[in-house]
Design a protein around this ligand. Structure first.
Ligand SMILES: [Zn+2]
Length: 849
């Protein structure tokens, strides 16, 4: 008994020492903690920094804090594709927690320029600490647990003051699926003793790595496009609260140190954000950060790097919402410990730096509360003033494509941009906007700066180096016809809500002869895929026609789907049921025809209707291929079509039974490494009727390897002097790159790959230097750059001059098959609703010509 008690005492002492040692390592000296609240170490059973914590354990710890403490509550705001919970732990005093809804209502007055702000002293500073958007930058979620512990269990004055004055919201993992992918990897390969050698497996994850989400998307680009469930949930929560300060924690190369804002002045700042954000708030906060990092002796840098311009970043979106968004970058240990030029970088050390910045952020948010609250109030007041001064607004709407209109409206509403359905038709800038398909976004609204983000084209820049995109005009990405309305008075219409975004589906009566579905609807491919999966014969119109339908005589354009009633394997009732289900699923309508005899153009039995084969698609992944582009294809087919695609590892291609597939997707990659046998096998399969779709670098490979008989266009020459100062090298080289800008192209809408487009103008996105010559066959250049194509974004003059007249999309025949080559990525970031239809055309119509 005695011995047992002695043993217990010794064990307890050891635990206490280790717990104390750990909190000494991570926390400031004056920290005092409530012993009733478990530290992360106690809850998890291991010291923070010795293992990568699984996401469910992080959520479990947050839940435990909320269970044990009256200072904290946990909200689940959504879930990922892999059903991991997106949670936010709110920490403040018990009294504030009880009055949280009142605090929120008071706070929202800052966002509403028509409301009286009330007593700012009584208001709280709302801090959203966001972590781990890039799954393989894992230190920040560990820091999130320590931060949560610090504020939930802390008994010292700094904590009590912070909770009085602030509401601290901790979102421990923006990207749980990616985090677990990486954490599992790092834990799997962890040695005992640990291996710090940078070439060890632990430090080198397998494709697609953990940076991205389930669909291999970078969620730190998705705050604007909102292509993903994680971002959609996050933005919903964001607009519920409008926090004053938002953090976004990252990791960078192992040989670097630490970065906090300010970012690079002017060049990397967003043009619509008021100067006081950068000149005022950023510098004010930097004082807190450097003081905290000086205290622990961590090396850091500021101002030299990191982009803060693209609105889809987690550190930029808040800047466009009256808050201060903050990006932090920590040199990565990528694994548990790794060698660097300056000794070993330990996981615990990287966690400590992010923890230190987290605490400094709260300190600053509380210390500068009046400045932050005034900033937010002024932000929205000046937004309305500037918008009113600009006057008028933007009129937009596609006359043919309801489903694309709805998708764009959905995006505007998610960003809380006031939008109206126009009562009357209007003609602007030579474009006709018909009531019913005409919408209006006035400038005079508190989201005026987001309105600018959505519609303005920008071609003037402070700088010529871009970390990412230099253009993000959303209306162009949706190929949305739009015009500036300059009238001082607004236009009349009803304000839209989510409830107004209804499906265009209408029940279709039984047809005796055929059903017709227009291809100019964005979601028509979804309906087509449904019909093909049920074994129906579906034909595509290669010429225009008009015909008597259940709604009278109607004109039908290129690509219209024709489903005959009689020539099917199933009876007429089932054909009708399948058409109903398909159009309901896609949210579009079908037309019933009782005759095949057209009033103009081709009849329904014409040879100019071609029967569509069901795509059996395979995509090469792994190795040198781009996980982003592969993920974009995968997500497009899953979310917009409902069509499966087989994903094959590059080094498994030799095992493929090619007779099972008719379409091969090659995203950017270096396919020379496939070996001659595999490439010859693919070429033979194309000759027999297979379709290859190449994107960007894969197109480059197809041309340079002579897989196709096409050529590159002339590249620009930069007449730089023979000798320049070394220090200018980065700037000179950077300025010649094409970093992400938008261009006008001409699309052949009579080509099967151009079916469903109703206008020849087509904005495209370019972030590469592939200059593709128009095809040798005059009928095969489907999309071609106009002579002076720049729409929005930065491009060097020499690049622009060479770009005019080059090809964006060509097709090259080999035997009975086709190679369809995209110079530009049509699926970029899931935001290019304007061009991803081209990809679907390639998939469904790639072998029809
Ligand atoms: Zn990152």
């Amino acid at each position: 008994m005695k011995i047992t008690r002695l043993m217990t005492a010794i064990v307890c002492l050891c635990l206490a020492i280790s717990a104390k040692a750990q909190s000494d390592y991570f926390f400031p000296q004056e920290a005092r903690f409530d012993p009733k609240i478990p530290s992360p170490e106690k809850y998890l059973g291991y010291e923070i920094g010795t293992l990568h914590t699984r996401h469910d354990a992080i959520v479990g710890y947050m839940r435990e804090l909320a269970r044990l403490s009256n200072r904290a509550k946990l909200d689940t705001i959504g879930e990922t594709y892999e059903h991991r919970q997106l949670v936010v732990l709110t920490v403040t005093t018990p009294e504030n927690l009880n009055n949280l809804e009142e605090i929120r209502q008071e706070h929202l007055k800052l966002v509403d320029p028509t409301a009286d702000n009330g007593d700012l002293n009584a208001q709280k500073s709302i801090v959203l600490l966001g972590y781990n958007v890039h799954g393989n930058e894992p230190s920040s979620s560990e820091a999130a647990m320590l931060t949560a512990y610090y504020y939930v269990a802390g008994l010292h004055a700094e904590v009590t003051n912070a909770l009085e004055e602030g509401v601290i919201m901790i979102d421990p993992a923006f990207n749980p699926d990616g985090r677990d992918r990486h954490s599992t990897w790092a834990n799997t390969y962890k040695g005992d003793p640990m291996v710090s050698d940078p070439v060890d497996a632990e430090h080198n994850e397998m494709w697609p790595r953990g940076r991205t989400n389930h669909y291999w998307y970078d969620l730190n680009r998705d705050w604007l496009p909102l292509a993903h469930v994680e971002s959609q949930a996050r933005i919903e929560f964001y607009h519920k609260w409008y926090p004053n300060v938002v953090t976004d924690f990252h990791e960078m190369g192992t040989n670097s140190t630490y970065f906090f804002e300010p970012t690079k002045p002017y060049g990397s700042e967003n043009p619509v954000v008021p100067r006081d954000n950068y000149d005022g708030l950023n510098n004010l906060f930097a004082e807190y950060f450097h003081e905290a990092l000086d205290e622990i002796g961590s090396l850091y840098f500021t101002k030299e790097a990191y982009d803060n311009s693209y609105p889809g970043y987690g550190s930029t979106y808040p800047d466009i919402h009256g808050a201060l968004g903050l990006v932090f970058e920590q040199a990565s240990s990528r694994g548990h410990i790794q060698d660097s030029d300056m000794g070993k970088v330990a996981f615990a050390f990287t966690i400590k730096n992010h923890l230190t910045s987290s605490l400094a952020t709260v300190r600053a948010a509380v210390g500068e509360k009046p400045t932050l609250l005034n900033h937010m109030s002024n932000y929205f007041e000046t937004a309305v003033d500037e918008g009113n001064q600009a006057g008028g607004g933007w009129v937009f709407g596609d006359q043919a494509d309801d489903t694309r209109n709805q998708a764009f409206l959905d995006l505007l509403l998610r960003h809380r941009i006031k939008t109206y359905a126009l009562d009357e038709s209007i003609s602007l800038g030579g474009k006709q906007f018909e009531a019913g398909n005409a919408f209006y976004v006035p400038n005079g609204q508190k989201q005026y700066r987001m309105v600018r983000t959505m519609f303005e084209q920008v071609t003037q820049f402070h700088d010529s180096i871009f970390y990412d995109a230099s253009s993000w005009t959303a209306a162009l990405t949706y190929n949305m016809p739009y015009e500036r309305y300059a009238g001082k008075a607004g236009l009349n219409g009803a304000e839209l809500t989510f409830d107004d975004l209804t499906s265009g589906y209408e029940s279709v009566p039984n047809a005796r002869y055929a059903y017709l579905i227009e291809w100019d609807e964005y979601y028509a491919p979804k309906a087509l895929n449904y019909l093909l999966e049920r074994g129906l014969y579906v034909n595509s119109a290669f010429k225009e026609f008009s015909l008597e339908t259940h709604e009278g005589v109607k004109e039908f354009s290129y690509g219209t789907l024709m489903i005959p009633v009689a020539r099917q394997e199933v009876d007429a009732d089932l054909v009708h049921a399948f058409v109903e289900e398909a159009t309901d699923l896609a949210g579009i309508k079908a037309y019933a025809a009782n005759t095949g005899y057209s009033t103009t153009g081709i009849d329904l039995g014409s040879r100019n209707f071609r029967t569509i084969r069901q795509p059996k698609a395979l995509m090469v992944i792994g190795g040198s291929t781009s996980s982003y582009e592969a993920g974009e294809v995968w997500h497009l087919l899953d979310s917009k079509v409902g069509m499966p695609i087989t994903k094959v590892w590059e080094d498994n291609l030799g095992r493929v039974d090619w007779s099972k597939y008719n379409t091969l997707v090659l995203v950017s990659g270096y396919y020379g490494s496939l070996g001659e046998n595999t490439i010859n096998r693919i070429k033979q399969w194309v000759r027999e009727g297979g379709t290859v779709i190449t994107i960007r670098n894969a197109t480059s490979w197809a041309v340079s390897s002579k897989f196709v008989n096409e050529e590159f266009a002339d590249r620009p020459e930069f007449d730089n002097p023979d000798r320049m100062d070394y220090v200018t090298a980065g700037d000179v080289r950077g300025s010649t790159a094409i970093g992400g800008s938008m261009y006008m192209a001409d699309i052949d809408i009579t080509h099967p790959l151009g079916f469903g487009y109703t206008r020849r103008d087509l904005p495209v996105y370019r972030n590469h230097s592939i200059f593709l010559k128009p095809s040798k066959d005059p009928f095969s250049t489907v999309v071609k750059y106009t002579e002076n194509p720049l729409l929005s974004g930065y491009v060097k003059q020499q690049n622009l001059e060479k770009l005019g007249g080059t090809a964006s999309l060509i097709v090259s025949g080999i035997g009975r098959g086709n190679v369809i080559m995209f110079a530009d990525n049509p699926n970029f970031r899931g935001m290019w609703y304007g061009t991803n239809k081209l990809f679907l055309n390639a998939l469904f119509f790639g072998n029809l010509f």
